[in-house]
Design a protein around this ligand. Sequence first.
Ligand SMILES: Nc1ncnc2c1ncn2[C@@H]1O[C@H](COP(=O)(O)OP(=O)(O)OP(=O)(O)O)[C@@H](O)[C@H]1O
Length: 233
Amino acid sequence: MQDADPILEITDVAYRWPGRAGFSLTVPHVAVAVGESVLLLGESGSGKSTFLSLICGTILPERGKVDIAGVDITALSGGARDKVRAEQIGVIFQQFNLLPFGSVMDNILLPLRFAPARRKRAGNATVEASHLCSALGLPAGVTSAKATALSVGQQQRVAVARALIGQPPLIIADEPTSALDANSQIAFLDLLFEQTTTHNTSLLMVSHDPRLGERFDRVIRMEDIAQIERVAA
Ligand SMILES: Nc1ncnc2c1ncn2[C@@H]1O[C@H](COP(=O)(O)OP(=O)(O)OP(=O)(O)O)[C@@H](O)[C@H]1O
């Protein structure tokens, strides 16, 4: 049996931050299979967030290919890249990035605004959002609350619901457990894996913490997948 195409494939990518910082990153090859969970470890400043930004298409490499669901996003216009990201990727940021004045429901539905196919998959989106909230252990009636009125742990669950709604095939998570204590970290990963396993969603998560590795199909390290160069200003 032939393996399905990877959901994510990076080939011979190079990127250099403009300006005086002089940080450059080269990644020969990384692929994430459909349904696979991968933990990306690396020390502070090793370029993990830069790497995730290249995958999300918010920055463009100087050379190389970034294939998302078989589409090389480096060949697309900015608008077309935004569309691929909205359709294919659920993103969980370190600081959650919730809209402060929006309700929980507004926040969860946000990615569907820019992604018609994802919105269609979500069916009745408000019902789906409420299901996700209850699956993620948020209290009933939370959807009308202001997102920032919630506890940090609850805000994080809202960020996860926003990433999962409409079942994007790839979830990218940038140190989503860094604001949590050890018990909450375990509970958070339980919830995340429950959802990604149910829908055969691929997960690429960044962390500093190698202890999380046993929960993932594969662990990769920045120093093994990338060459980085820091040039003094
Ligand atoms: N917006 C930016 N503009 C210019 N240089 C940047 C920018 N973001 C990151 N860099 C450079 O890229 C380097 C790598 O940063 P990056 O945030 O990708 O690392 P990281 O591994 O995610 O770090 P951390 O674990 O501390 O979040 C930084 O040292 C900095 O020099």
